[in-house]
Design a protein around this ligand. Structure first.
Ligand code: GLU
Ligand code: ZN
Length: 315
């Protein structure tokens, strides 16, 4: 009898991991607009199944690096709202306020590589010079005191392929600016912290609202700069969903005092959010539990149904 060789199925060499995230700033409670971003990023992660049959991971990061804008208790309330809506995150949430040493290290690496410089221009100065920063302080050798720190922008990336919006072209002059990575008031700039933590959390997909389309160019530039100089990292894929605006045309935001969502009866807002995202939830889900709605939505999530327009009116 011949030897029978049983061929074992080969383990795929590299199993693709999906790591998404929701990154709210605790400057207020979640409103319908931020619920949509949370839900879209969650569903995009959970709809992804790799070769081992594992769903994507979905992480939460609290972006609390701007204490003057923070609302006491908002972080806890945001997390409670996510739980109430069945959006359970996979790893311990990350607080940006605990990442300061890491951001410092990155800033000092950039300085060492001569990729940053101090700037003392005011907004009024820059406005008077045409509104786009033209590297005015590049050769001035300002002291750190009273200065902002700017990145020497060698890449100026301004185009990318968005998961929902397709090809996006950002304002090139803005994308080419030497933008601020550490603020005059001592706070870390959003662009720096967000990219540093997307790297720290190994994020592969960033799904968020269209209000962050323009900053994406700067974030792509930072990824490229890090990669070219001292920090090997993979640039995530970006996807931007439409913004919810009120009937009179305002973006729903904490600044506009958009009403917080109701944690006690999450189903109606959840169904409305799915409809907003183009997903046509089955009418019978209206009477289902939150977990059943979320399960249905994860199974049926289709990127191609997410509307391509930038703004949609809601009641
Ligand atoms: N923390 C930012 C905000 O609440 C979002 C950051 C991001 O998703 O990249 O607007
Ligand atoms: Zn300057």
């Amino acid at each position: 009898m011949q030897n029978v060789h049983i061929k074992r199925p080969q383990e795929p060499k590299q199993v693709i991991q999906y790591r998404g995230r929701f990154a709210p700033s605790p400057s207020g409670l979640l409103h319908f607009g931020s619920l949509i971003a949370a839900l879209a990023s969650f569903l995009d992660a959970k709809a992804f199944i790799n070769k081992r049959g594992e769903q994507g991971k979905w992480l939460v990061r609290i972006e609390d690096i701007d204490p003057p804008r923070e609302q006491t208790g908002a972080s806890t309330e945001i997390l409670k709202t996510l739980e109430a809506f069945g959006l359970h995150w996979d790893e311990t949430e990350l607080y940006q306020s605990k990442q300061r040493l890491y951001y410092r290290e990155i800033l000092s690496d950039l300085t060492q590589k001569k990729l940053s410089y101090f700037c003392q221009c005011t907004r009024a100065n820059i406005k008077a010079l045409g509104g786009i920063y033209q590297g005015h302080c590049l050769t001035k050798n300002h002291q750190p005191e009273g200065s902002a720190l700017r990145l020497i922008n060698q890449n100026g990336l301004h185009q990318f392929n968005d998961l929902f919006q397709g090809d996006v072209v950002c304002n090139q002059a803005l994308a080419n600016e030497d933008f601020i990575i550490h603020r005059k008031d001592g706070l870390f700039a959003y662009q720096l912290a967000v990219v540093a933590d997307d790297i720290a959390q190994k994020i592969t997909h960033v799904v968020r609202g269209c209000d962050l389309l323009e900053p994406t160019a700067r974030q792509l530039t930072l990824f490229q700069t890090f990669n070219d100089s001292f920090l090997k990292c993979t640039t995530p894929q970006y996807g931007h969903i439409p913004l919810a605006i009120t009937n009179d045309g305002y973006k729903l935001s904490k600044q506009n005092k958009a009403p917080a969502i109701n944690n006690a009866i999450p189903q109606p807002a959840l169904m409305a959010a799915l409809t907003f995202l183009g997903q046509s939830p089955l009418p019978e889900l209206t009477n289902a539990s939150v977990d059943e709605i979320i399960q249905w939505a994860s199974k049926h999530w289709q990127r191609s149904l997410v509307p391509k327009v930038i703004e949609i009116n809601i009641d």
